[in-house]
Design a protein around this ligand. Structure first.
Ligand SMILES: Cc1cc2nc3c(=O)[nH]c(=O)nc-3n(C[C@H](O)[C@H](O)[C@H](O)COP(=O)(O)O)c2cc1C
Length: 245
């Protein structure tokens, strides 16, 4: 394994941070590292908002499900899918705007994810810990108003950054053969592999939470996928101009 591989395999979300500030220049370098990611059709459909104001941060933390780390992280960024900026090129060149297809929504959202993950890897390489915050989609309208997001821009997730004040274990992932298939999709043999993996996850949670909840992966996912999940998103996206034609 080379150094980059080692770094990737050592990832774990960090939710407790020291008081050490993140150097402004380092932060700018991280966002530039994000910009260096591949971008669909060269659209560059992502915008990053750094939230510094304590009141605004406090409000976001509450809206994102009262997550303590959103409140306490030295840096908090909101990563937005942005079709407004590329859309304004149509105006400039006197072309009709048709950037409201589902495909454009996918392009911009994928751009955000690729940019973010580049930022995360760059941050971890600099000794920082990070935690993505999908919780901002609990109340996307309020978050968008707080950040003054115009039509054509939506908040995909937040990102907490800071120097780690905890050292959690790496969370075990599904066995490779469950995820990597040859030629065609097949789930043959996966039930057994997943059953074995479930025990690994159960043990991971048991030791990590001090004998607390020994839930397994399948049970956790069943809980998630058997309930409605942010049903407001469809209307919110439509209102923001992501009409999914
Ligand atoms: C898009 C996205 C949104 C997430 N949202 C949250 C969140 O709101 N709060 C949180 O504490 N963790 C959040 N996470 C972190 C995941 O829970 C975490 O990545 C997952 O459990 C795997 O653990 P690991 O990152 O330590 O390997 C999010 C992760 C992703 C990729």
């Amino acid at each position: 394994m080379n150094d980059v591989h080692q770094l990737l395999f050592a990832h774990r979300s960090i939710r407790k941070y020291t008081d050490q500030a993140v150097d402004k220049e380092l932060l700018r370098t991280l966002v530039q590292a994000g910009q260096a990611a591949a971008t669909s059709s060269f659209l560059q459909g992502a915008t990053v908002i750094r939230v510094r104001d304590p009141e605004r941060r406090e409000r976001i933390a509450t809206l994102a499900g009262n997550q303590v780390h959103v409140r306490t992280a030295p840096e908090f960024l909101v990563l937005c899918a942005d079709l407004k900026r590329p859309g304004s090129c149509c105006e400039q060149y006197n072309k009709p705007f048709a950037g409201d297809f589902t495909e454009h929504f996918i392009i911009a959202t994928v751009d955000v994810a690729l940019m973010a993950q580049n930022m995360v890897v760059a941050a971890e390489a600099a000794g920082l810990g990070v935690c993505y915050i999908g919780g901002i989609r609990n109340n996307p309208r309020e978050i968008s108003d707080l950040l003054k997001l115009p039509r054509g821009v939506y908040p995909v997730f937040g990102l907490c950054l800071g120097y780690p004040a905890q050292d959690p274990e790496v969370k075990p992932r599904l066995p490779l053969d469950v995820v990597l298939k040859e030629e065609c999709y097949s789930d043959e043999g996966d039930a057994q592999r997943i059953a074995e993996y479930d025990e690994v996850v159960r043990e991971y949670y048991r030791t990590r939470t001090g004998g607390g909840h020994g839930i397994c992966w399948s049970e956790q996912v069943a809980g998630l996928l058997s309930e409605k999940s942010r049903p407001h998103m469809r209307q919110f996206l439509a209102d923001q101009g992501f009409t999914m034609k």
